[in-house]
Design a binder for this molecule. Sequence first.
Ligand code: NDP
Ligand code: 8X3
Length: 252
Amino acid sequence: MPQIALITGATSGIGEACAHQFASQGYRLILLARREERLQQIARDLTEQYGVATNILVADVRLKDQVEEALATLSGADREIDVLVNNAGLSQGLDPIDKGNTDDWDTMIDTNVKGLLYVSRVVSGWMVNRGKGHVINIGSIAAKEVYPNGNVYCATKHAVDALSKGMRIDLLPHGIKVTAIHPGMVETEFSLVRFKGDAGRAKKVYEGLEPLVAPDIADAVWYAASRPAHVNINDLVIMPSAQATGTIVNRK
Ligand code: NDP
Ligand code: 8X3
């Protein structure tokens, strides 16, 4: 029986790269995100390229009922999830605290914190029943430090850091590993989403330096997932060589 990885936010960037990485290792995939057509296309690509079976779950992680209903469609062996990659997440805006858009704050908190919790609540329960599993949370350099105007996004990623530590403690007696992977700048759709479709502003973020690309992070996720049973990677911070902190970068 192939192992199973459930990846949230699998329609682009890091999540999509993780799907390819795990499929290339023979895992069966369960991919969750909101954009159904993209999920279907990625599932077709994975089957074509690696011959693996893929289930898709169309759900918005902010909506508890939708998450629970989507996961409830999995039955029997499909619930035997070996690796959960909690990757769905986003930033919205980059404004000082007195000028932030409160709807953006809700979106970030609901997605990055509450969404991760809703998925984890169900899937960790299945892992506890089996006495095995591995939860890999995608945090950020924004989980480790706070940068100007990053206020709420940084707070949500600090929460992911705290939740990763809490999960590791709670799931320890059940033999379940918990890893947090914290990337610096990765060129994905992240900045396009942060700046609400402003492609020029998004491109500027990566100007004059070589950012990470999504497969760099998928490689780290796979490294954590593929350690021997007695080894757990707790925490990894991965930056482009040209980035020292959230904001100090060496641009040419
Ligand atoms: P992308 O924008 O390329 O991908 C984000 C993914 O999250 C998409 O698949 C999107 O799918 C999904 N997603 C967003 N909101 C929801 C939702 N409400 N419900 C379900 N899925 C959702 O960005 P990245 O790949 O860069 O981001 C992935 C993770 O990495 C995020 O948690 C981000 O915070 C983190 N990160 C990114 C960094 C970067 O520089 N790029 C650096 C550090 C961390 P869909 O829209 O189809 O629902
Ligand atoms: C995304 C990286 O530096 O924009 O988490 O916060 S950063």
